[in-house]
Design a protein around this ligand. Structure first.
Ligand code: ZN
Length: 394
């Protein structure tokens, strides 16, 4: 290695190149490289990895106030709010702006509108990014967004990504739980059915699969456990089940972590498996030095960023998740990460502050006995209904 290694307690350790990683994150906020053009439809998620990466690097101040405002405005530019009478809710954030047509042609606008709907992963990363940049979310109609989440819950309790129909599996169960938790409102989302779906996906080897009878998977296991925690249902797993899940997760460590038995180690699983074990309070049972050593092999020492494997191409996804994986091991200089939301504790505390504010406003409204959009929202668990407006499988 061309750079200096630091020596901590007699162990040679490669340094995390904080400044290079920060520059790498900023680069993805300014432009999307041609090789990633096909990812334009998930650009909101790329912005989330870049901004949250800067946050975990404690380097958000490298973005000027104007740049932060511009990113916030760009995210709000993807918000789908309006709903034609009689249509199902499709509120939420889009990942791309390619169907936002600027034109005076009303017919063209109406046609484009047919292709605008929220996507759960983009809504989760959009709200997470806004919270990370300190936005007060006052421009969001929380009820409409959660109506959009409830509208894509399937009869088996799982969720699709969007109203237009898509795969329905554990990834979107996590996104749904994260959105409702961040907005502190569950509306017509059926938490009991969601729980039953999650439990039905525990496999014979004690990992979770994407859907019924699939193969147990590390990313999916994170999604399942995080959704249980965020919906306040983690305690429903009995101790034996939790111990068995911990065992499956811990056995995914090779040096770094693999996502499934007999698969190659990959940087992102230092987050997926690490966060799952953090949620279960068992991360300290893993080998930190081996995990860190693998992650450092995937660090690009020239332009920053992390890749999934050593000597392969870096990307914002593995960069952010690699940094989070290092944060779980208390890497000096990195911010603390809340495992179940995949964002910094600082951003999560900002959300908790907003929740307290919303609850106070709701209480004030009740005392004043006037009905406002805020007072109609009830963050109480009783708001969960058994009659979610489920869409038919398409
Ligand atoms: Zn990966």
């Amino acid at each position: 290695m061309s750079h200096d290694a630091v020596n901590i307690e007699g162990i040679k350790r490669e340094p995390v190149l904080m400044h290079k990683h920060a520059k790498f994150c900023i680069r993805f906020l300014n432009l999307l490289p041609a090789r990633l053009a096909s990812h334009d439809s998930t650009r909101g998620a790329i912005a989330f990895f870049a901004v949250c990466g800067l946050d975990v690097l404690k380097s958000l101040s490298l973005l000027s106030n104007q740049m932060q405002k511009d990113v916030i405005e760009w995210i709000y530019g993807g918000l789908v709010t309006s709903l034609e009478d009689g249509q199902q809710s499709c509120c939420g954030f889009q990942g791309s702006r390619c169907v936002n047509i600027i034109s005076n042609d009303e017919q063209l606008q109406a046609n484009a509108k047919c292709y605008q709907w929220g996507h759960l992963a983009m809504t989760y990363t959009g709200i997470g990014l806004l919270a990370t940049l300190g936005d007060d979310l006052s421009r969001l109609d929380r009820k409409s967004i959660v109506d959009g989440v409830a509208a894509v819950q399937r009869p088996d309790g799982s969720f699709s990504a969007s109203i237009d129909g898509s795969e329905n599996d554990m990834r979107f169960v996590f996104c749904a739980a994260a959105i409702c938790h961040m907005l502190d409102y569950w509306g017509n989302v059926d938490k009991e059915k969601m729980y039953q779906f999650i439990i039905s996906c525990i496999r014979y080897d004690n990992g979770f699969s994407q859907y019924l009878e699939g193969e147990a998977h590390g990313g999916t296991s994170f999604c399942a456990l995080a959704a249980l925690e965020l919906s306040g249902q983690l305690h429903r797993l009995d101790e034996d089940t939790k111990e068995n899940i911990k065992r499956w997760l811990i056995f995914r460590q090779v040096n770094g972590f693999q996502g499934r038995p007999n698969k190659m180690v990959d940087t992102c699983y230092s987050f997926w498996i690490g966060a799952a074990l953090r949620i279960l309070g068992a991360f300290e049972l893993t080998d930190y030095e081996e995990n860190r050593a693998y992650l450092m092999e995937t660090q690009d020492n020239i332009v920053g960023g992390f890749s999934k494997w050593p000597q392969s191409t870096t990307d914002p996804f593995h960069t952010y998740l690699g940094l989070c994986g290092l944060s779980f091991m208390n890497e000096p200089g990195l911010a603390e990460v809340k495992p179940s939301l995949n964002m910094s504790m600082r951003a999560y505390n900002h959300l908790k502050h907003l929740h307290a504010q919303w609850q106070a406003e709701s209480t004030d409204d009740k005392f004043a006995t006037k009905e406002t959009p805020a007072s109609k929202l009830n963050s109480d668990d009783k708001s969960t209904s058994d009659t979610s407006p489920l869409i038919k499988a398409q």
